[in-house]
Design a protein around this ligand. Structure first.
Ligand SMILES: Nc1ncnc2c1ncn2[C@@H]1O[C@H](COP(=O)(O)OP(=O)(O)OP(=O)(O)O)[C@@H](O)[C@H]1O
Ligand SMILES: [Mg+2]
Length: 308
């Protein structure tokens, strides 16, 4: 039997001022999954997320979120959703506990004191409940913000770039928490520009120019790109990028630190293109898997050719 779906939408479209910013967007997300939205600025991630949960009415398309019709039952959906908006902020001049209590009040929750205490306990902030939220570090602010978004125990959690500007350790802790929530049955939609976060999603999709270009697990997306990639290391590897750029057979040459990823979609043509440098002194060549970043850069290059 197929798992129950948290999201099941078909052909969503949104226009702003006559300009189509999301077109023909269809997706199914099973309950309890962490689903990532990737794509460049302005590709339609936020707009799509808002349509999926009934916050924004699509100009075309239909679908259900948590079993409710996104067009006609938006109020029922909103009650069951936690939404950490892009650039979400806390009330910095309220204490940690007051922030939680305020949100509990807005949602009209019962057992307010107990819920706030539970949330503080889970966060490990019980001892600091009277500290002003504005004095927390960036990572802790995000964790507290997440706690305010799940206080009413939503079935679906929407996180729009929740860790922008947060350090790697704090991001990892944040993601551990997201995984714990998903294991408890919550469905999570998260937009991000970070590749390591994409790799922590059960499934991802990539948007460009308002279109869904690919979706799947990270290995599926990587394999589906059809890219063949060589890793070049050694003195001058990164400088080679400019020389190789735009040669026939080479889709792209992307420096990673002092090494270089050289990719193409035709293994033989790629090999012919790199042949003059394969035995250059000081350079080491080996075949590697394309990184997710390689795949997205390639998708973006192809999308530019197709859509502009
Ligand atoms: N309310 C609005 N009115 C007019 N245009 C809008 C509105 N909301 C979004 N847009 C436009 O729609 C396009 C998609 O925006 P959206 O915010 O969905 O992109 P995004 O992928 O979330 O980008 P980012 O990574 O920068 O957050 C952009 O060109 C944006 O300017
Ligand atoms: Mg956005």
């Amino acid at each position: 039997m197929n798992p129950p779906l948290a999201i099941d939408v078909e052909g969503l479209e949104k226009r702003f001022d006559g300009r189509c910013v999301v077109r023909d967007f269809s997706i199914q997300v099973p309950k309890g999954r962490i689903f990532g939205f990737l794509g460049p600025n302005g590709s339609g991630k936020t707009t799509t997320i808002r349509m999926l949960c009934g916050l924004l009415t699509p100009d075309a398309g239909t679908g259900r979120c948590l079993g409710f019709d996104i067009r006609h039952q938006a109020a029922a959906i909103k009650r069951r959703v936690g939404y950490m908006t892009q650039r979400f902020s806390l009330y910095e001049d309220l204490t940690i506990a007051e922030n939680l209590d305020f949100v509990a009040h807005v949602y009209g929750l019962d057992r307010r004191r107990a819920r706030v205490d539970e949330a503080l306990e889970q966060l490990g902030l019980g001892q600091r409940r009277r500290q002003l939220a504005g004095t927390l570090s960036g990572g802790w602010k995000q964790r507290l913000a997440l706690a305010t978004c799940v206080l009413h125990q939503p079935e679906l959690l929407l996180l729009d770039e929740p860790t922008a500007g947060v350090d790697p350790k704090a991001r990892r802790d944040f993601w551990d928490h997201i995984h714990a929530l998903a294991q408890g049955g919550m469905t999570v939609l998260v937009s991000t520009h970070y590749m390591d976060e994409a790799e922590r999603c059960h499934e991802i999709c990539y948007l460009a120019y308002g279109r869904l270009l690919v979706r799947g697990t990270v290995p599926e997306v990587t394999a589906g790109s059809g890219l063949v990639t060589w890793l070049v290391s050694g003195d001058g590897a990164d400088a080679l990028a400019r020389t190789l750029h735009n040669r026939p057979g080479i889709a792209m040459a992307v420096p990673f630190g002092s090494a270089l990823h050289v990719s193409g979609t035709d293994a033989a043509a790629l090999e012919a293109a790199i042949a003059p440098w394969r035995h250059a002194p000081g350079l080491t060549w080996s075949r590697t898997e394309p990184s997710l970043e390689d795949v997205f850069i390639h998708l973006m290059d192809s999308a530019e050719d197709n859509f502009q």
